[in-house]
Design a binder for this molecule. Structure first.
Ligand SMILES: Cc1cc2nc3c(=O)[nH]c(=O)nc-3n(C[C@H](O)[C@H](O)[C@H](O)COP(=O)(O)OP(=O)(O)OC[C@H]3O[C@@H](n4cnc5c(N)ncnc54)[C@H](O)[C@@H]3O)c2cc1C
Ligand SMILES: NC(=O)c1ccc[n+]([C@@H]2O[C@H](COP(=O)([O-])OP(=O)(O)OC[C@H]3O[C@@H](n4cnc5c(N)ncnc54)[C@H](OP(=O)(O)O)[C@@H]3O)[C@@H](O)[C@H]2O)c1
Length: 463
């Protein structure tokens, strides 16, 4: 659209988190739904779920095809961004975003401080009229559980790492790291399932991998429950009508209420298949909540191939415990007096994407605006714009079934906003709208609402 962006990228190349994945990481989303709208996957990629190398190649070829590398400054970590312009008091009195409602306002600029040389700690400050944060939420800032004194990793004689550090290792080093060791993986989402599966492939039944989890979640082996395409159940306009959503109006609300038994049936249909196919009862793995809840919250994962066969043969052991702590020889869990003897603990406990976002702002006032209270979401109008932070957008914070697709749609929306095709509503209206979506997330995602997932309410192209 005729802009001249500068992209600061901390790593030496494109691809983001796809540069550091586990050996067996693949797309969980079918490739037809995980593609740029103007750049289909090459015909040489036959798989519906390409592996991490293929995803990297796809992203790299996109950057080359559209000649994007010319805009990117690699090895350039942004260590802080600071709004320079109107005072906090003036900003508090604004009715319109940025004071004028325009994306490019004469009232302020952003100073972007970039670390140019990590060894000499030399920095350079760039001044820009608009900043877009695309820093990812599943990397760099791990969620490490907190423990009482002397019950954390410091009390343990073995090694403790986060799943992120396992993913950073190359494949051979990762296998060497777990080989012949008693490994406990904490968590039972996608990182945990994949790592446990890889450990079991390396160690077999001699050294089973323990998976310690506190809440079971639905996971699915493929997208055809009882032979019915998942997209027919969830990713179409009819399925959308079954979901209550903000600002839906009387007729749509009535329709969603009338269709709620169908929504319930849809969930039970998938659950019945997963219970049967994965024999969840046998492994005490039936979640306490519905499939639809996990689906809306974005807390479902694709089960790695043969995962439950490995549980059956004994190379993976599943253990449920609401809490855990460390001792000299391993991990203490609820109801056990002896520790789970362990050499290596891998915390597949997720990330603190909100902290990562907060910390990039220099101003404590803006940090507070972004992070909010612990019982709120990061409030973004259209999942892009914070009503109280001018001349700035965030792409990549809220989750969906196919992030690449929804991120791209937001990028298009944002580009039109920057071009002036449309104007944002008043700050108060955007805040009310963001609050409505927060309520939606709380209603549909339960305790996981801070993931800001819109997965339960999404249509996908070509699925
Ligand atoms: C292992 C894994 C697999 C996934 N698989 C799927 C999937 O199958 N389907 C799906 O829809 N989603 C998947 N996701 C979700 C994934 O987050 C998105 O699909 C997408 O790849 C995220 O892209 P991003 O650009 O927002 O973030 P990232 O890929 O994390 O990229 C952020 C970039 O910002 C850079 N950066 C960060 N901070 C700074 C800074 N301060 N200064 C300069 N540069 C900085 C980083 O170096 C990085 O290159 C997966 C996530 C993970 C962790
Ligand atoms: N395509 C792929 O193959 C792939 C691979 C890896 C990751 N991903 C994506 O990357 C994102 C992050 O996935 P992730 O698996 O790393 O993290 P995650 O989805 O946030 O899961 C974190 C896990 O850790 C548990 N946990 C968190 N804090 C804990 C604590 N204090 N004590 C015990 N358990 C705790 C959670 O349990 P509770 O549920 O009880 O909170 C959950 O099981 C997701 O979007 C995922 O889809 C994709």
């Amino acid at each position: 659209m005729g802009f001249n962006p500068i992209v600061f990228e901390a790593q030496p190349g494109v691809g983001g988190l796809w540069n550091h994945t586990n050996k067996t990481t693949k797309l969980q989303t079918p490739k037809q739904a995980y593609q740029f709208s103007d750049f289909p996957w090459p015909s040489s990629v036959k798989e519906d779920f390409p592996d991490h190398n293929q995803v990297m190649e796809y992203i790299e070829s996109y950057a080359h095809h559209f000649d994007l590398l010319q805009y990117i400054k690699f090895n350039s970590r942004v260590i802080g961004i600071e709004y320079k312009g109107a005072s906090d008091e003036d900003m508090a009195s604004w009715d319109l975003w940025g004071g004028t409602g325009a994306s490019f306002s004469p009232l302020g600029k952003w100073n972007i401080t970039v670390l140019k040389d990590i060894h000499r700690k030399s920095t350079q400050v760039y001044q820009v009229e608009f900043a877009i944060l695309c820093i990812g939420r599943f990397s760099e800032v791990p969620n490490i559980p907190e423990f009482p004194p002397n019950q954390g990793p410091e009390a343990f004689d073995g090694k403790v790492i986060h799943s992120m550090h396992y993913a950073y290792m190359d494949d051979a080093d990762a296998a060497k790291f777990v080989k012949g060791k008693r490994v406990t993986v904490v968590g039972i989402q996608k990182s945990a399932l994949d790592i446990a599966n890889e450990c079991a492939m390396v160690n077999g039944v001699e050294n089973p991998c323990m998976v310690l989890y506190r809440n079971a979640h639905w996971s699915f082996p493929h997208y055809f429950p009882w032979g019915v395409p998942f997209a027919l159940l969830y990713f179409n306009r009819f399925a959308e009508l079954m979901t209550h959503k903000p600002d839906e109006g009387f007729m749509l609300s009535l329709l969603a209420t009338l269709l709620s038994p169908l929504r319930w049936l849809q969930s039970k249909f998938v659950e019945s298949y997963l219970r049967w196919k994965l024999q969840l009862k046998k492994y005490h793995m039936i979640p306490n909540h519905s499939f639809n809840k996990d689906f809306s919250a974005g807390t479902i994962a694709v089960t790695p191939e043969n995962f439950f066969q490995r549980v059956e043969e004994g190379s993976i052991i599943l253990k449920k415990s609401a809490t855990f702590s460390f001792c000299k020889n391993g991990l203490m869990i609820d109801g056990n007096t002896a520790p789970l003897e362990t050499d290596v603990a891998i915390l597949a406990t997720g990330y603190k994407g909100d902290e990562k976002l907060r910390n990039i702002f220099v101003s404590s006032k803006i940090q507070k605006n972004i992070f909010g209270a612990s019982n709120t979401t990061v409030q973004l109008y259209r999942e892009c714009i914070h009503p109280r932070i001018p001349q700035l957008a965030i792409i990549g914070y809220s989750e969906s079934f196919s992030n690449l697709f929804t991120f791209e749609m937001r990028c298009k929306w944002l580009a039109h906003l920057l071009r002036g095709t449309f104007k944002l509503p008043q700050i108060k209206e955007m805040e009310v709208d963001a609050l409505r979506w927060e309520k939606y997330m709380k209603d549909h995602s339960g305790q996981y609402y801070r993931r800001s997932s819109l997965q339960g309410y999404e249509m996908q192209p070509e699925t």
